[in-house]
Design a protein around this ligand. Sequence first.
Ligand SMILES: Nc1ncnc2c1ncn2[C@@H]1O[C@H](COP(=O)(O)OS(=O)(=O)O)[C@@H](OP(=O)(O)O)[C@H]1O
Ligand SMILES: Nc1ncnc2c1ncn2[C@@H]1O[C@H](COP(=O)(O)OP(=O)(O)O)[C@@H](O)[C@H]1O
Length: 207
Amino acid sequence: MSTVTNATNIFWQDCQLGKPERQKLLNQKGCVVWITGLSGSGKSTLACSLSSELHSKGKLSYILDGDNLRHGLNKDLGFKPEDRTENIRRTGEVAKLFADAGLICVASLISPYRRDRDTCRAMLPSANFIEVYMNMPLALCEARDPKGLYKLARAGKIKGFTGIDDPYEPPLNCEIEIKEDNGVCPAPNVMAGQVVSYLEEKGFLHC
Ligand SMILES: Nc1ncnc2c1ncn2[C@@H]1O[C@H](COP(=O)(O)OS(=O)(=O)O)[C@@H](OP(=O)(O)O)[C@H]1O
Ligand SMILES: Nc1ncnc2c1ncn2[C@@H]1O[C@H](COP(=O)(O)OP(=O)(O)O)[C@@H](O)[C@H]1O
């Protein structure tokens, strides 16, 4: 366990009952499905559809949604680069705990900086971090604009909005890419099916 802490005189406490026993109980393997993409790209839609699909298969998942976490755990953070970095780090640590609990943790955050996502990946055995890139054109996300935030950003009323005046760094080596097919975005259940197939193929849905 390599962690840098500010505290001294702390010790790692182990318990005989561990992840393997919890996984056996749940008949699944704990992992993190990390969904990244622009605002409006469909992250939350995919997270919900995926969670429902897994539930119907008797598999336990839990969604960590960026917007929701910012109402509690991450309420002290804004959208400055260092705040986004801390937002992702904290969420990565929580996701790691859920995966250790044996759950399929679905994290859905813009997570715009590659280095921050890679930091989360490094928190887990590499196969257990499944990065899903919502590769949707900015024009589509902006046309959707369900919260009217792009409009505000274009009007200069929100500063540092991802994709407008703050960068989004696409993954270079993600496990799953969701993109348009002939200019059409796949339906939510189709996007979820793509992820479920991956989880099935890699053995996460059984123990
Ligand atoms: N400046 C700026 N840039 C991007 N997004 C903004 C901003 N201000 C508010 N919002 C709203 O916050 C949601 C993104 O939160 P995240 O925690 O996922 O962002 S990040 O990962 O820390 O970049 C995002 O939600 P989604 O649309 O679901 O992605 C927006 O609703
Ligand atoms: N696959 C899809 N097909 C059609 N509309 C979608 C799809 N995915 C998302 N949407 C719509 O796009 C908008 C943004 O989706 P959302 O999941 O909130 O994105 P994000 O979480 O990335 O901000 C919502 O109005 C949602 O209903």
